[in-house]
Design a protein around this ligand. Structure first.
Ligand code: AMP
Ligand code: MG
Length: 401
């Protein structure tokens, strides 16, 4: 008989963790430390970007209409009226029949509206032969074409990427308002667990989950706090949970989350707070607990590393994004074609590991206790609860690790 008679759906579990989420506060960090952090308020440009119309090539600033009809065979002749230096105003206005040399990034002189690349010009003494007909605006970046002063350049809730760092710099944002990194307490429970430094004897396994969990939450912009290996004993678990909930925003415990008598995690959460959900219709990951102690979300993850990992991705991720207010999805996916049938039980959301090569997704069926399928896989395919499986040849969306 199943001990999990009342499994809740993944969407219900996600709703529950979102309800538990308390929004993190914010802090200012120096620009250099802002990468991957979630922006806490909109950023406005403090200047026009660019602040002047500039050339994007090395060449000759001209009035575009004066180049009409120019070609290699029939070039047009312009008088070279000067040279623009980098970092200073153009100085001179362009008169009809003239051209002015402008380096890449140099200011476009007033009167000019386009730049002919030096490749299409030939300097002969004080004259320049232009060998190409160019259009109005060609090879120039217009004044405030990128952003205008006072315009929002980045929106609150965005997780900052490398290119955003450049935008912040251009907008003069030296101190960046970001969401505080949630502190995630991590406990591994099981009398068989030994630390990575110990060579396991028969019956023992090294603690894998602490590292998987810490790395995952770190990737999400959280700050992991290790509470180590805790024995499957009331006293040890009690102490661990009470310390972790006092010091962190969320506590993730892996192992001991089943409904077996030895599995005390749910009993202790219930004693110290409340178990809201115990058992989710997800595979792998069924024996998952969602609860609250000390006002903090406490999640009991299954001990099998693959199961714990899937629950992190399918459920805990939503808790974290609800806390940080991150908008948009940082989940990356890939379309691929299944090369085998994927059977699935109706009523349960399945996450099947797949290896993708050249657009073909090969399921790596395996027990959730195996690490090798996790390591060899490219990502997972989600089979919705209402589906009875997917057939060979189906185009699927692979959630990339
Ligand atoms: P449990 O969820 O406690 O019943 O554990 C299920 C399986 O996962 C058992 O084989 C455990 O030894 C294993 N396991 C539990 N915790 C960890 C961990 N932190 N690292 C690696 N394996 C674990
Ligand atoms: Mg256990």
């Amino acid at each position: 008989m199943s001990l999990f008679l009342q499994l809740v759906s993944v969407s219900k579990a996600v709703g529950e963790v979102r309800n538990l989420a308390e929004r993190c506060g914010q802090e200012q960090v120096p620009l250099n430390d802002a990468l991957h952090r979630v922006l806490a308020s909109d950023i406005y440009a403090d200047v026009d970007i660019p602040g002047f119309t500039r050339s994007v090539v090395d060449g000759y600033a001209v009035r575009a209409t004066e180049t009409t009809g120019s070609s290699d065979a029939i070039p047009s002749m312009f008088a070279l009226a000067g040279r623009v230096a980098m970092g200073v105003s153009a100085g001179k206005n362009l008169q009809p029949g003239e051209c002015i040399y402008v380096p890449t990034g140099g200011v476009l002189p007033a009167g000019a509206d386009a730049v002919v690349m030096i490749e299409h010009a030939e300097l002969i003494g004080d004259e320049v032969l232009i060998k190409k007909s160019i259009a109005h605006g060609e090879n120039v970046l217009l004044y405030n074409e990128d952003f205008s002063k006072g315009e929002p350049v980045l929106q609150s809730g965005k997780r900052l990427l490398a290119q955003d760092m450049g935008m912040l710099a251009a907008a003069g944002c030296r101190e960046v308002p970001v969401v505080r990194m949630p502190k995630i307490g991590i406990l591994s429970t099981g009398n068989e667990l030994v630390p990575v430094t110990v060579r396991p004897q028969s019956g023992q396994v090294r603690d894998v989950n602490s590292y998987v969990i810490a790395a995952t939450v770190r990737d999400w912009g959280c700050f992991p706090v290790f509470y180590g290996i805790v024995r499957d004993e009331r006293e040890a678990l009690n102490t661990g949970i009470s310390r972790a909930t006092a010091e962190c925003d969320v506590v993730l415990i892996s192992g001991g989350s089943s409904k077996d008598e030895r599995d005390m995690v749910s009993a202790i959460i219930e004693e110290r707070g409340k178990v809201l959900i115990h058992g989710i219709a997800i595979a792998p990951g069924k024996p998952t607990i969602i609860g609250k102690c000390n006002g903090k979300p406490v999640i009991g993850l299954p001990g099998h590393p693959a199961s714990a990992f899937i629950v992190l991705i399918a459920i805990v991720r939503h808790l974290i994004t609800a806390m940080t207010g991150e908008t948009g999805s940082s989940v990356r996916t890939l379309q691929a074609t299944l090369d085998q049938n994927l059977p699935s039980t109706k009523g349960r959301e399945d996450y099947v590991r797949v290896a993708v090569k050249d657009g073909i997704a090969t399921p790596l069926f395996g027990k959730s206790g195996l690490l090798n399928t996790l390591v060899r896989s490219t990502g997972v395919v989600r089979v919705p609860a209402e589906s009875e499986g997917l057939e060979t040849g189906t185009l699927v969306e692979v959630i990339l690790w």
